[in-house]
Every structure is written in structure tokens, then in C-alpha cells.
Design a protein around this ligand. Structure first.
Ligand SMILES: Nc1ncnc2c1ncn2[C@@H]1O[C@H](COP(=O)(O)OP(=O)(O)OP(=O)(O)O)[C@@H](O)[C@H]1O
Ligand SMILES: [Mg+2]
Length: 287
């Protein structure tokens, strides 16, 4: 008999045969073919209410995310991008609308949706490897397995020499690589990234974009990626979703042709960049 822990993901009802480990939720959706719909975001509507005012942040946001797809979301500052990701992650209950992963309605956080935060959100008192191991620890993955797996991902993001370093000893780019390893090591069905490279200098940003491209190409991930940079969106994504100004709904969706890695200087790239910047200007925004 296998000694692998069978973990029931909290708050979810799976039949015994469907039980998967919380650290490998992508296996739940293995029967969905690449390119078919994995996640359905249907008519999201979010209103923030405080004593003084009501802010409609998101209106009629509907999107089908295909398995293996990397989608970027760009849009005006304050238009509701983080709000949309928080609803998908289950950190925020939408006023109306729904998010389905396969046929599961997502209403609370789960390890099937891994999040990479703009401000890293790492545990400062833990080392690099202890941060990457954290989710697996909670999921009850045996010590040796989680150590090996964490090391593999730390290597994939180029931090093998820093596995035992403390978080405060790392640069911003290195911290974000820990954040990415921590999310990917859990094999989530969908990875959510909220401007993960937003705080980094241009050169580090390009290096991390290439790292992400390599990881995506090797392990077919489904990723929703929020960014302010049209260049970054075009470099990374299969599709770019341009949001309207607040309340955010989808303004345009652009298919990005060609396989990765892409040539940022090619005429097609330049043309698409111009088109998307034009859309953003129509929403009164510059990059
Ligand atoms: N907890 C909250 N309470 C009240 N209003 C909020 C709250 N969080 C966000 N908002 C408002 O909702 C709108 C959308 O915010 P959100 O953070 O989703 O935008 P964003 O597109 O991620 O912005 P940025 O590009 O600056 O990161 C903004 O007007 C913001 O002020
Ligand atoms: Mg935001």
C-alpha cells in the first residue's frame, strides 16, 4: 500500500476515488485536454462598500481560461485587476458572479489556485527552502519528498546557492523567485500572479520573464498574470486581456501569435504593442 497521505482539500467535497493530494491539485484536472476550458469566470461583479461610499470595482467580467494557457491582464491603475485575482483566489467573495475550476465552484481559497503576490509575502523568519516547503508541510508531504521537490524548484529559479539563506539576505528579484518557486512547487491547477515583477528593475524583470518562459515551456502551466507592462504581456502570454477603466470589464482580447521565446524587436511584436497601447489610450491610460 502506498504511504502517500491522501488529503482531502478542506471545504471541498470529492468522492474518495477523486481525492488528490493538496500539493498536486493539477491531477484533479488531468482528464481535461490542453486547450480546453479549465476555468470559467462568469459575470463577476464586485462592489466595495464603506460607510462613506460605494465603489464598483468590477462589472461583467467573464473569461474562459484554457488549460495550459498563459493569459495576461492589463488595464488602467485602480481598474480592478487585483480585485479580479482575489475573487479567483477565493480571498474575496464577489458581489455576484462565479468562478469555476472544472466543475468546482470556487468560493474560498484552495491549494488548487496558487498565488504569487507583488510584495512577495514571504515568511521572513524562515529560510528560502523553508518558505518553498511551507505549503507541502501543511499538506503533510513527507519530509524527504518535500525537501527534494523544494530543491528542484529552487534550482529551477536559479537560487540553489541560497537555499538556506534568510529572506532578508535576498534582493527583490531573488525574493520574487522564492515566491514563484513556492507557488509552482505545489502543482496548483491554476497559478495567479499579481504584477509579480512590478517592483523590479528592467534588467531583473527581463531575466525573470525568461525564467518564467522556460518554466512554462517545460511544465505546461495555466497562468493568469496581471501586469502594467504591455511589453511583458506580449512577451509572455498566449492571450492579452485589456480591461476597461473602472469598473473593469473586458475591453479587448488579443491573441498573441508565435511561440515563446519571442523577439521583442520583431515587426509583429511592435505592431501588436502599438495596437494594445492604443486600446489603453482609449481608456485614457498610458503604460
Ligand atoms: N478593500 C477595499 N475597500 C474599498 N475599496 C477598495 C478595496 N480594495 C480596492 N478598492 C477599490 O477598488 C478599485 C480597484 O482596486 P484594485 O486594487 O482591484 O485595482 P488594480 O487594478 O489592481 O490597481 P493597481 O493597478 O493600482 O494595482 C479601486 O478604486 C480601489 O480603490
Ligand atoms: Mg493591483
Amino acid at each position: 500500500m502506498s504511504d502517500e497521505p491522501k488529503i482531502k482539500i478542506e471545504g471541498e467535497k470529492f468522492k474518495a476515488k477523486d481525492r488528490v493530494r493538496a500539493d498536486r491539485t493539477d491531477e484533479l484536472y488531468k482528464d481535461i485536454p490542453e486547450g480546453s476550458t479549465l476555468m470559467k469566470i462568469d459575470n463577476l461583479h464586485v462592489v466595495y462598500r464603506t460607510d462613506e461610499k460605494e465603489t464598483i470595482a468590477v462589472e461583467n467580467f467573464t473569461l474562459d481560461v484554457k488549460k495550459g494557457e498563459l493569459i495576461s491582464i492589463v488595464g488602467p491603475s485602480g481598474c480592478g485587476k487585483t480585485t479580479i485575482l482575489r475573487c479567483i483566489a477565493g480571498l474575496l467573495q464577489p458581489t455576484s458572479g462565479s468562478v469555476y475550476l472544472g466543475d468546482k465552484l470556487c468560493t474560498s481559497p484552495g491549494s488548487d489556485r496558487g498565488m504569487v503576490f507583488q510584495d512577495f509575502a514571504l515568511f521572513s523568519w524562515r529560510s528560502v527552502i523553508q518558505n518553498v516547503e511551507f505549503g507541502m508541510e501543511v499538506a503533510g508531504v513527507p519530509k524527504e519528498e518535500r525537501h527534494d521537490r523544494a530543491l528542484r524548484y529552487i534550482k529551477a529559479v536559479g537560487l540553489e546557492k541560497f537555499a538556506d539563506s534568510r529572506i532578508h539576505e535576498l534582493s527583490g528579484g531573488m525574493k520574487q523567485r522564492v515566491g514563484i518557486a513556492r507557488a509552482l512547487v505545489m502543482h496548483p491547477a491554476v497559478v495567479l500572479m499579481d504584477e509579480p515583477f512590478g517592483a523590479l528593475d528592467a534588467q531583473t524583470r527581463n531575466i525573470l520573464q525568461d525564467m518564467l518562459v522556460k518554466i512554462v515551456e517545460h511544465s505546461a502551466r495555466t497562468i493568469l498574470f496581471v501586469t502594467h507592462s504591455v511589453d511583458e504581456a506580449l512577451y509572455l502570454s498566449d492571450r492579452v486581456v485589456v480591461l476597461s477603466k473602472r469598473p473593469s470589464s473586458i475591453y479587448k482580447i488579443i491573441d498573441v501569435p508565435g511561440s515563446r521565446p519571442r523577439d521583442r524587436t520583431s515587426p509583429e511584436f511592435t505592431e501588436l504593442r502599438k495596437t494594445i497601447l492604443g486600446y489603453l489610450e482609449e481608456q485614457n491610460v498610458m503604460e
